[in-house]
Design a protein around this ligand. Structure first.
Ligand code: PAF
Length: 283
């Protein structure tokens, strides 16, 4: 695997690959890689001849400076995992390389970036769009691969791609879970042993809520999920919303959406975990 820190070198490598007729798949990450990221690399290699991965902890998407400071950074281990997965190239730039000047851009993508995470983490999606648009501009991938754990992030990135008419296909890939159901996340390493033992309750309750869909309205089911999770030690729901999977608008009735989707954020101790689940469109 080639490792690049500089834009010019990465771009000349990608230009050679493209000249050889190869399609460029791109997996943007913030490092601390786990099997969820590796599944994105594998999917990229199934669909493209070249897989470029970026590892960059993007300061502009952290609304909490402490979160940025404590975000896990494990570049050596990341390189080993990417080598083993067969990634073609790693781009691990410095902050100065990505932002030679402060990035003041805003993106008018509308409500998808304002609800849920947008409301609870002001500025977060603006930072995500700044870095992803910058990385797309550098790599110019044919396809970019994102994990469905960050369900709203994918909707925001799709909206940005449309807004800017970027020539890249966004591919969403399924959530990878631990055997007990906990969605893989770089933040899971911060859980204490006790918190880790309670965290799987999030997905257990979400799965159970799918079975109850026929007996409750979306609002009643939201409340049921919140009550169940809040009754578990160390867990506190920040929000749980059942929304239309495309618009991300909250729904009143199951018939309001062809694709109802539940999005949740839960504090497990001090660690903020997110997850989501698809509900049936025909009940
Ligand atoms: O999902 C992430 O890890 C980040 O938000 C992303 C897309 C790499 C942008 O920094």
């Amino acid at each position: 695997m080639k490792v690049f820190q500089e834009i010019a070198e990465l771009q000349s490598f990608i230009a050679q690959q493209r000249a050889a007729g190869k399609r460029i798949g791109f997996v943007p990450t913030m490092g601390a890689l786990h099997s969820g990221h590796i599944s994105l690399v594998q999917e990229a290699l199934r669909q493209c001849e070249v897989c470029v991965v970026s590892v960059f902890v993007n300061p502009t998407q952290f609304n909490d400076p402490k979160d940025l400071q404590t975000y896990p950074r494990t570049l050596e281990a990341d390189i080993e995992k990417l080598e083993a997965a067969g990634a073609t190239a790693l781009f691990s730039p410095t902050v100065e390389t990505i932002y030679p000047e402060p990035d003041n851009r805003d993106f008018a993508v509308g409500r998808v970036a304002e609800v849920m995470e947008g409301a609870h983490r002001p500025g977060h999606f603006r930072g995500v769009m700044q870095v992803v648009s910058r990385l797309f501009d550098i790599v110019r991938p044919d396809k970019a691969f994102f994990g469905e754990k960050d369900f709203q992030q994918i909707a925001v990135i799709r909206a940005m791609v449309e807004l800017l008419s970027l020539p890249v296909e966004i591919v969403d890939c399924p959530i990878v879970r631990e055997e007990d159901g906990l969605a893989l996340s770089s933040r899971n390493v911060r859980l204490s042993a006790q918190e880790r033992s309670f965290a799987p309750e999030i997905y257990r309750v979400l799965s159970k809520s799918r079975e109850l869909q026929g007996s409750y309205s979306p609002r009643q089911l939201e409340q049921w999920v919140v009550d169940q999770i809040n009754a578990t030690p160390t867990l506190r729901v920040e929000y749980f919303e059942i929304v239309d999977a495309r618009s991300l608008e909250r729904i009143e009735h199951w018939g309001d959406s062809p694709h109802p989707h539940g999005c949740i954020t839960v504090f497990c101790g001090q660690v903020r975990l997110i997850d989501n689940i698809a509900y049936s469109s025909s009940i």
